[in-house]
Design a protein around this ligand. Structure first.
Ligand code: ACO
Length: 360
């Protein structure tokens, strides 16, 4: 038996390749670094869904259809925001998305992609006592997400958010994508598959890490306190959020891609935070190396995700929802790929409990 399915190959995919030794991520033939230099999220969507969803329009038409889907989701779900406003943002997002029709067509897929963009911003505003802002279907998806939050949607900030969503759009058979593929393999609809992905993504060992990264930076406060704070956390047996990865034995290439986006697009706005983060990163890598010399533990995507999303004005409790807004493109592609070519996913367990005693 393999603990945590470590090293088990459970699917064949044309969507992305994660090379944990070489530190490389390829998404449909493109190195992840090439996806941060400008493409709209709509382009990444077209790339991931090409050949999988029938009647997929050209990127421009897909952008228009996604804009219309944002309107549909807002019209359908805005009235229900107050009903879930006492839940955590991820629980609220999951509860609202679960109410979308459970189809398997392009319309369903587009509403599902639209939903976290519309709902993350709307929920954040409702929870702080402000009215939600309706989407504008003609806007680029990333720009509209910022605008719906009530934040500036200038070119640099739009490019930064689009780059982030591209970077996290797919990543092999990570826990949430596997969850989505398992559900899809039963032939349940895309909404069911995505809802499973959301559940898995929420956990702090997966997509829930970047919020705690901000908590860690806040608690450390200044660079000179980093080493002592991190050593004390490790002494308490805590894991350092934003470090370590199941697959990568070197730096997560997404971390450096995002680090570049932050300095090129948000540079001066995030200057002080970046300096602190660099000091914390250096101290953490040293502490982890000293404590676990045999287990390479390097920085992962969540560390710089935290800085980028904070720089864009998202609250730390909403970071995982923004992650979902990008990863949902991959969940849907994997779900469709699984249905098209895969069997029901049904592994076995090894029973180690007691057996009934046999009558003599
Ligand atoms: N801080 C301190 N110690 C760590 C860390 C960490 N971040 N990561 C792993 N370790 C330690 C473990 O405690 C374990 O020690 P032990 O052998 O003494 O028990 C050893 O390194 C090996 O770790 P595993 O449990 O085998 O690592 P696994 O592959 O199961 O976990 C994971 C990977 C969950 C990402 C882990 O590194 C971790 O918890 N990191 C912090 C949370 C985080 O940043 N999550 C985001 C990941 S990226 C993403 O999902 C998008």
């Amino acid at each position: 038996m393999t603990d945590g399915l470590d090293g088990v190959i459970a699917a064949e995919t044309r969507l992305s390749m994660v090379d944990g030794v070489g530190g490389r991520l390829v998404i449909r033939g493109h190195d992840v670094e090439s996806l941060v230099d400008g493409p709209r999220f709509e382009t990444v969507l077209a790339l991931l869904w090409d050949g999988l969803l029938p009647e997929l329009p050209s990127t421009d038409d897909l952008g228009r259809a996604l804009g219309a889907a944002r309107e549909t989701v807002f019209d359908r779900l805005a009235a229900r925001l107050a009903l879930v406003s006492d839940l955590s943002p991820m629980d609220a997002l999951r509860a609202l998305i679960a109410q979308l029709p459970d189809g398997d067509d392009l319309d369903t897929a587009l509403q599902l992609v639209a939903a976290p963009a519309v709902l993350t911003s709307a929920l954040a505003r409702v929870c702080s006592g402000e009215a939600p802002i309706a989407p504008e279907p003609d806007r680029e998806h990333a720009a509209d997400m910022l605008a719906m939050l009530g934040r500036p949607a200038d070119e640099d900030r739009t490019r930064a958010l689009a780059a982030y969503m591209a970077v996290v759009s797919d990543h092999g058979l990570n826990a949430s994508t596997f969850a989505a593929r398992v559900v899809a393999s039963t032939r349940a609809g895309l909404t069911s598959a995505v809802t499973a992905g959301l559940g898995a993504l929420k956990g702090p060992l997966h997509g829930g890490a970047p919020g705690p990264v901000i908590d860690m930076l806040d608690a450390i406060g200044t660079a000179d306190r980093a080493e002592a704070w991190l050593e004390a956390a490790l002494d308490r047996g805590e894991r350092l959020m934003g470090f370590g990865h199941r697959i990568y034995r070197v730096r997560d290439p997404r971390a450096d891609a995002l680090k570049r986006v932050i300095s090129e697009r948000l540079g001066t706005a995030s200057g002080h935070r970046i300096e602190l983060a660099r000091a914390v990163e250096t101290a953490a890598l040293g502490a982890l190396q000293r404590r676990k010399p045999d287990r390479p533990l390097d920085v992962n995507v969540e560390f710089y995700t935290a800085l980028l999303l904070e720089g864009l004005g998202f609250a730390s409790e909403d970071f995982t929802c923004v992650f979902a807004a990008g990863r949902i493109a991959g969940w849907i592609a994997h779900a469709v790929e699984q249905v098209a070519g895969g069997r029901l996913i049904r592994p076995q367990s090894h029973y180690i409990g007691p057996m009934p005693s046999r009558a003599a």
